[in-house]
Design a binder for this molecule. Sequence first.
Ligand code: ZN
Length: 250
Amino acid sequence: MLLFHEVDPKSAGSPAVITPEELAKLLDSLQPAGFRVVAPADFLAYLEGKKDLPPGAVVLSFDDGYEGVYKYAFPVLRKRNMAAFVFPIAKWYSNHPRPERARPHLTAKETRELIEKGWIFGGHTYDGHRWTESGSWIARPLPGESLEEYRARVWADIQLMKLELEKLGIEVTEFAPPYGDSTPELEALLREAGIRRFWIQKDRLNLPGEVYVARIEVFPGENLVARLGAIFSLERSTKPSEGKVRTTKR
Ligand SMILES: [Zn+2]
């Protein structure tokens, strides 16, 4: 599972932004090296233990829900018959005007079109994507805040997130904690709200039954094939009992 953030032709140089050309080049390097991008629905079915994936299976995901996902990543993926997971910050779907200035995010219309094309959406908070002196706003109590106060604050954010995403027909079962920062307190609230899996950042492969879905963060310009090769072969050698990492029943 690969993790990207913004896609934008103008912002080359930032580690969280990949240009459409870099993305295309990177995706085209996967197949000759034995990797295959699989559909989001197939990956979810694999996690649920309902479907096998081919060896070298790779899945794509984009965090934060920037407009560039539709404007730039979508054409690159569509041309290659690929789709991805998206974890948008749900407040940007709200009709209520927001005071913050930010890069443009996905609209409801764009989101619906991506869903029609097989893209799958999860949650990434409503307005909780913030870094505070205690750490992640959604994952940890603020200074001086009681656990009850923390729970009430975060519960409200989760409910607003679900409300906005449900308007788009999205049943929120997947959640990516901002900054990959997750805590048992946050996970308990998310579970209560119907979330089944937490999508974190980690350089490892995923197996059926996974609750913490590991995502390998991709950096523009890196040799991804070499990095993936190392991760895949490391897991093969450290998990001999499971045979192939992506087991295929025959
Ligand atoms: Zn994020």
